[in-house]
Write a protein that binds this ligand. Structure first.
Ligand SMILES: Cc1cc2nc3c(=O)[nH]c(=O)nc-3n(C[C@H](O)[C@H](O)[C@H](O)COP(=O)(O)O)c2cc1C
Length: 201
């Protein structure tokens, strides 16, 4: 099983693509990952914590004031055993918050408080094409990459608003493939390869 033993914190921020996060959770669980869902307030307008809890088989976290944790510090505890945090969908707003190190909701607080060296952050942006193309979003994405985040997609095509262009969240199967590839050993990392097209005799 490709993700056997992997513990993934799946963050949902507010966007239509939250509906895809349900299937993504199923795909990750089928690939033997454990999935802990964390949602922003806005995400809960698009899909319910009940659905995400049922599919992940774990209680969903959505508030930094959640008293379920004995030390009241869900924002610390949630990432300490995690192999990665994947935010899918990552809204334009959420990426802007991340970029500036805001921490006024559980998901952004948890991303900021995660052990950056051993708990990578992956973002699957999802938004309208104009939002995606806006210089502010492009600046934010470039800086998030420079800060070490891995940005998956976005894809291109029909959008929920009826427009067509870049900004669709990758499909759940594509995100699963990306996650599997992310955890594969990178045997060629740092190697320089010379490919020649010399003559054949
Ligand atoms: C119907 C509707 C659809 C939306 N879709 C998106 C979207 O696909 N991507 C996005 O970045 N924002 C979208 N938004 C705006 C976000 O929900 C809004 O910026 C929100 O504050 C994000 O909060 P969060 O980043 O804390 O989750 C949408 C808003 C509405 C009302």
């Amino acid at each position: 099983m490709p993700l056997q033993g992997r513990h993934i914190v799946l963050g949902l921020s507010g966007g239509i693509a939250c509906y895809k996060a349900a299937d993504l959770t199923r795909e990750l669980v089928k690939a033997s990952a454990t999935v802990q869902v964390v949602m922003t307030d806005a995400a809960q307008h698009f899909i319910t914590p009940v659905t995400m809890q049922a599919l992940s088989n774990r209680s969903v976290y959505a508030s930094q004031w959640d008293a379920r944790e004995p030390n009241s510090m869900a924002h610390i505890n949630l990432t300490r055993e995690a192999d990665a945090v994947l935010v899918a969908p990552a809204s334009a707003d959420f990426m802007a918050k991340l970029l500036h190190g805001h921490a006024d909701d559980l998901l952004s607080l948890m991303c900021l408080a995660r052990p950056i060296e051993r708990c990578p952050l992956l973002l699957a942006p999802a938004m309208n094409r104009e939002m995606w193309a806006h210089p502010a979003t492009q600046r934010n994405v470039a800086q998030l990459r420079a800060d070490g985040a891995t940005v998956l997609g976005p894809g291109s095509g029909d959008q929920a608003c009826g427009e067509i262009g870049d900004g669709r969240m990758l499909e759940p199967e594509e995100l699963l493939d990306e996650m599997i590839a992310f955890f594969e050993p990178k045997s060629l990392l740092g190697k320089r390869v010379l490919i020649t097209a010399g003559p054949t005799f």
